[in-house]
Design a protein around this ligand. Structure first.
Ligand code: PMP
Length: 386
């Protein structure tokens, strides 16, 4: 079997103990062991969400959590602000529209993050909006949005701040309680290092009050049912028991490292990747790049789709390409989840070789050197002098 490396912003590599856990015989979901498993997972998730609020889980990919965060928090006739700066912000808008909710979009040029001032202007113009739907890391562009600044605007108003942290959780800082974020949605196959199939959501008191009022239709993704059963270590429907065992292992890792250090590690990996990109004479697509994924503008001579295929076929490396209007134009290298400095070196060194093979003239090793210098805390030449 060919050796493979996954540098995509989900799914991300699974730690070996999580793989081993999933190979164990499956348990009945009403067994005492599963009750203990669910309680443990939900408790440990609070640490990752940086919250004292209880977390609930759904058997779905991240989009199920997003759908739930519309169906459970809004009511007929509600109006919301949706920040659209890429594919996933647009998805918030699509879900709201599907549920008959009126949206006031803020369209941000791809590659940029939202100006909080623009959100404030809309909040003042439309004091009756029920929620602002935002994204922590817009995975399609690699942009980080300033959620703390948005929370400063919403927490002093009756407007909820609902954040898609599907890719960003555990990599980019999101202090749910300290900042006053009302709802955070994430899922298993990103920073949580687990195969796809679980969505996790945290709501604060204000958000639960909105859930009580909500009259939009919901059934499978009913947050109240998931929450109330979850507290008892139970579930309304048969859950992905196998994935929960993997998630427990992954959470043990994050809790052992400590979420602040986990975020700091991602920040270091991202800084090294960005430094490598610049050393290769390339530019970043994101104006304020996230720790989750680095998006890189490809030089004209390089056909993005052919490059992605070449990397997979010849090097066993999967990077993510651009989505929709960015298809073929950018490449995205994730440094998310079970990743360390050596992984970044592999990602960058193969990237260099692939670019050369595609006809882009660069000095091999320039990116790797730049990344190593970030890891070593500065330029080698500077170190020798001191
Ligand atoms: N939001 C963001 C920011 C994402 O990165 C993704 C997945 N790439 C999603 C939502 C959708 O998640 P899923 O594919 O798990 O439904």
């Amino acid at each position: 079997m060919k050796k493979k490396w996954l540098f995509t912003p989900g799914p991300t590599p699974i730690p070996p103990e999580a793989l081993m856990a999933m190979a164990q015989p499956i348990d009945y979901h009403r067994s005492e062991d599963t009750v203990a498993l669910i309680k443990d997972v939900l408790e440990k998730l609070k640490h990752v969400f940086q919250t004292e609020n209880d977390v609930l889980f759904l058997t779905s990919s991240g989009t199920g959590g997003m759908e739930g965060a519309v169906a459970n928090l809004l009511s007929r006739g509600d109006k919301v602000i949706v920040i659209r700066s890429g594919k996933f912000g647009e998805r918030w808008g699509d879900i709201c529209t599907a549920f008959g909710v009126e949206i006031i979009p803020i369209d941000v040029t791809y590659g940029n993050s939202v100006d909080p001032q623009a959100v404030e202007t809309l909040l003042v113009e439309h004091p009756d909006v029920k929620a602002v739907y935002a994204t922590l890391c817009e995975t399609s562009t690699g942009v980080l949005h300033d959620i703390e600044a948005l929370a400063r605007l919403t927490r002093v108003r009756p407007t909820l701040l609902i954040v898609d942290a599907v890719s960003g959780l555990g990599a980019d800082d999101l202090q749910m309680d300290n900042w006053g974020v009302d709802v955070v949605v994430s899922c298993a196959q990103k920073g949580l290092m687990t195969p796809p199939g679980l969505s996790v959501v945290a709501l604060n008191q204000r958000a639960w009050e909105a859930v009580e009022r909500s009259d939009l239709p919901k059934y499978y993704f009913d947050f109240r049912k998931a929450y109330e059963t979850g507290l008892q270590g139970s579930v309304p429907y048969t859950p992905a028991v196998t994935l929960l065992t993997a998630l427990q292992c992954a959470l043990n890792r994050i809790c052992e490292e400590g979420i602040r250090r986990t975020i700091a590690r991602h920040s270091r990996l991202a800084a090294a990747t960005r430094s490598a990109v610049k050393a290769l004479g390339l530019s970043l697509f994101a104006v304020s790049p996230a720790n989750t994924v680095t998006s890189i503008r490809l030089p004209e001579v390089v056909d993005g789709k052919a490059f992605i295929n070449l990397m997979l076929d010849e090097y066993g490396i999967t990077y993510a390409g651009g989505q929709s209007q960015l298809s073929g134009k950018i490449v995205r290298i994730a440094h998310l989840g079970w990743m360390n400095e050596n992984d970044v070196i592999v990602a960058i060194s193969a990237f260099e070789r692939g670019l050369v093979e595609m006809g882009y003239d660069i000095p091999l090793g320039a990116g790797v050197t730049a990344a190593q210098e970030v890891f070593n805390g500065g330029s080698q030449s500077q170190k020798k002098k001191s």
